[in-house]
Design a protein around this ligand. Sequence first.
Ligand code: ATP
Ligand code: MG
Length: 423
Amino acid sequence: MKFKVPRGTQDILPSESWKWQQVEAIIRDVCELYRYKEIRTPMFEQTELFQRTVGDTTDIVQKEMYTFTDRGNRSMTLRPEGTASVVRSYVEHKMFGYPDQPVKLYYSGPMFRYERQQAGRYRQFVQFGVEAIGSADPAIDAEVISLALDVYRRAGLKDLKLVLNSLGDGESRKAHREALIAHFAPHIGEFCTDCQSRLNKNPLRILDCKVDRDHPLMASAPSLTDYLNEESAAYFENVKRYLDAIGISYELDPNLVRGLDYYNHTAFEIMSTSKGFGAITTLCGGGRYNGVSEDIGGPHAPGIGFAMSIERLLLALEAEEKTFVDEPDLDVYIVSLDEEAHRKGFTVLNDLRNAGIRADMDYMDRKMKAQMKSADRFNAKTVIVIGEDEVKENVVQLKNMEDGTQQKVKDSLLLEKIKEQLK
Ligand code: ATP
Ligand code: MG
């Protein structure tokens, strides 16, 4: 029997994980700049949490969740996204009582969705996201968008596009909903069965349908923008003004709906405009969710956030042909020529590492030539050679691989000499 990674998942091998680490370091730096603190929540939650927040009629809840019954007969779900868990934690730990508001959090970890596998779409993927909870200042909407763009820019992306929309508040949505039903109802028979059931449950979802996206009624559908009440329109104007103030350009798309029910007011996506990018061009999605805390039994706590997958960020970097800095080279490789020398080499290795020097040695009992080849492949800056004579004389041979010079060094002076050479 042969085992393979489950469909839609991938092994991140060392040559790739180095890239991941660099992206993750950028994320940590940017979050620190903006004073967002990391939160780590469990990878599974009660199923109902996602039903209540993401929404019963969304694709995520209806088709994509990994739901299972645990041994205590509870329905659990591997998290398909991060916001629900973060807000759950916010309510559970009464973060609304913290002296510093809004509470600014970020997370990064695997999410799970049973999707059809294609480029940029996995069943397990890593999302980085931020949530700012407790403020309804339109400036924080702009801050969150700016943070996302900063991550991409620092990672090296240039071909980016910000798409913006407002979904308005409850009242605006209700008026729009009625207009949508009136628009689609006479022709709903021409739409997929999902859309037919969406019509009365959640007609906004029709606009996000991937099957019927080219139906002529889609383009002519009543636009949310025309149904924003005064307050919602003013809020949206302010968000745009803050973005303008810091030089962030955007494209307005009145049909940008987002695949989760909890959004209101600001909704945005960041897309890659790189030619090398495949069919899926959305890198990041986010928006405001003012009702989620209340939906799960917490106080009123307006929030805004986004999520991006590292997988798509890396694909975008590839599309723009960005190269990564190389992994740091090995400082020292130890070559030993017999068993005694191997034993001595092993203690030298330990001393080097204790001194913070990146070092390794041969564990395959290979000939000198093969060991030197390894040193070359690791790009070792220095090679220490230990043979029978070196053991007897309490010395080692120190070879500087950069200039090719070699010298005999006393054991007691070795650390000092190496540090000097590595400078
Ligand atoms: P899509 O329309 O592409 O399915 P979505 O609306 O489901 O996106 P969100 O739930 O808002 O996306 O997720 C935010 C971001 O997470 C996306 O912009 C994308 O970068 C990433 N993402 C979502 N699903 C996947 C997946 N299956 N594999 C990799 N990345 C994903
Ligand atoms: Mg999706």
